[in-house]
Design a protein around this ligand. Structure first.
Ligand code: SAH
Length: 264
């Protein structure tokens, strides 16, 4: 594990989006082994976005990175999507795919998998088009700021999504708790928070880079979500098989919570 916390500037300087995508977002690895991490996360996202009330006008994805897998079920329930991330190269990589530019990552195997979960694999091209149409803006953000999109002020959204971001972006539990409060303000009272968070991980690696990860227990996350003004509606832990040299991740937590009225 890296001795030091890899802060946002390290992401900006050395996070390589293409290496990241190659390492974690192909449906099977170079030995032909299925990517169970990705498949489980896609299933969880599908289940969470099937819950009653998980629909509305706007969704904000915080720490989107260069990926779209997290938007594939979400895009069926929301009309407009805003994607936010700290690093320029990750926002750029995402834009490449959204604009169908040459050299963009091929998400089609992942999109087909999600369409199959949703009942019709043949709808994959339609879903790609849907995602491209619904992502309206890709903006810079920093989850450690009181207003993460400063100097831009966003109108509060109906849903807030964040996958595998806060545990990398926060150096300790206090920062994690305040980051949840910061991003929590981006959603309306009564709106939802959808989180995918790794548990008991201290690092993840790809290419020749290693990034630190805040070691979290399920209760740490649930308590921080509650303290940020949300009521947990759904929380499920999927174990992560040991023996992966790229990470010491132990499990993934999928969580859905609803923002309380600040007056109550
Ligand atoms: N959501 C994607 C990417 C996760 S990688 C996925 O599920 O795979 C972690 C992301 O967090 C990176 O894109 C990185 O740029 C972003 N990040 C790191 N520090 C951040 C900060 N302080 N504020 C916002 N995003 C940050």
């Amino acid at each position: 594990a890296p001795a030091v916390f890899t802060e946002a500037e390290v992401y900006q300087r050395s996070f390589d989006p293409q290496e990241y995508l190659k390492a974690f977002y192909t449906m099977s690895d170079s030995q032909g082994q299925p990517n169970t991490f990705l498949a489980k996360n896609l299933k969880s996202l599908y289940e969470m976005f099937s819950l009653e009330g998980l629909s509305g006008q706007t969704l904000v994805d915080v720490g989107c990175g260069p990926t779209v897998y997290q938007l594939l079920s979400a895009c069926e329930r929301f009309q407009e999507i805003l994607a936010l991330d700290y690093t320029d190269q990750n926002r750029r990589e995402l834009q490449k795919w959204l604009k169908n530019e040459a050299g963009a990552f091929d998400w089609s195997p992942v999109v087909k998998y999600v369409c199959e979960l949703e009942g019709d694999r043949e709808k994959w091209a339609e879903k790609e088009e849907n995602v491209r149409k619904k992502v309206r803006q890709v903006l810079k953000c920093d989850v450690t700021r009181a207003n993460p999109t400063e100097p831009v002020s966003l109108p509060p959204a109906d849903c807030l999504l964040s996958t595998l971001c806060l545990e990398g972006a926060c150096k300790d539990l206090a920062t994690f708790r305040s980051a949840l409060r910061n991003i929590g303000a981006l959603v309306k009272p009564g709106g939802h928070l959808v989180l995918l968070t790794v548990l008991r991980e201290t690092y993840y690696a790809f290419g020749n880079q290693v990034f630190s990860c805040l070691y979290l227990e399920r209760s740490d996350v649930e308590e921080a979500v509650g303290a940020a003004g949300f009521d947990v509606r759904f929380s499920e832990v999927q174990p992560y098989p040991p023996g992966d040299a790229r990470t010491d991740c132990d499990a993934v937590l999928s969580l859905v919570a609803r923002r309380r009225d600040p007056g109550t």
